[in-house]
Structure formats: structure tokens, C-alpha cells
Design a protein around this ligand. Sequence first.
Ligand SMILES: [Mg+2]
Length: 167
Amino acid sequence: MYKYLPDYIAEGILDINYKKLYEMGIRGLCFDIDNTLTEMYNDTIHNKAFTLIKDLQNMGFSLCISSNASKKRTALIAGRFGLEYVYRAFKPYKKGFDKVLLMLNLPANKCAMIGDQLFTDIKGGRKAGFLTILTKRINDHESWNVRLKRIFENKILIKYEKRIKEI
Ligand SMILES: [Mg+2]
């Protein structure tokens, strides 16, 4: 069996049951940027995403952003939300997740990684001890290397889809 399946799956960031996450003891949320918080190659942020981030802060979550994107793009998007960030996080490697834990000031078992890619966000999050939530990509506008990874990702997800619960 493939080791790094997400704990949960959701349509998108607006569809996650954050109240349930809080009840489960999760206090820190780390969001991926591209195709999770925003469209890839697009700096526009939907108003609903801004509202969500504010609501989550009001619920008592600590939030941050972790992206494999450049400092420029990561800082731009994170800055609009007013969140701390890790750029060039090299997900799935552990180093970036360690930085996230320092920012959130929480142990990994109280943190959730939320992202759209199995081999970066989810694999890295699981290895680092986070709860992991895979969101469906916002759209198909992706780079060639991500599109290639999607072929393998889809095979795994189709095979194990029945074991992954929605949240
Ligand atoms: Mg992404």
C-alpha cells in the first residue's frame, strides 16, 4: 500500500470542516499556495479566501503558509493574508516543515498541512507528523512537471480513494 495517503480529502479550502479539526485538537493550519489558496500563476485572491483566513484566526487557529514557490511569489501572497510563510520549502523534505512548526509554535500532532499535491504537501506533511488534508486543485493550469506528477498521483488516488475520508 502507498504509505503517504492523506488523512482526509476535501473539495477545496472552503469545504473543510475546521470546527471538527479544532475538536480533534488541531490548533495550527499550514496552507500551500498554488492551486490550494490561489490559482497557479495568478496573484488574485478570492474574497472568500480572505474571509476564511480571518474566520480561522477568530476560531483560535494559528496559521501560516508553506510553498515551494519563490520568495517573491510566496511573500506576495502571504503578505496579502498577513501570514508568516516558508518559501522554497522543498516539500516533501522535512526542513521546511520544521520551520512551520517553529512559526506555529506547536507540536506536529496539533498541526494540519492543507494542500493539493500528494507528493509534496501530503507526503511531506505525513512524514513530519502533521495531520494532512488533500484539497482538489483549483484548476488544471499547471506546469509540465506538476502535470506529469498528476499522472502518478491520480493512479494512487483512484486505487485508494475509498479509504480516504472527507472532512
Ligand atoms: Mg499546490
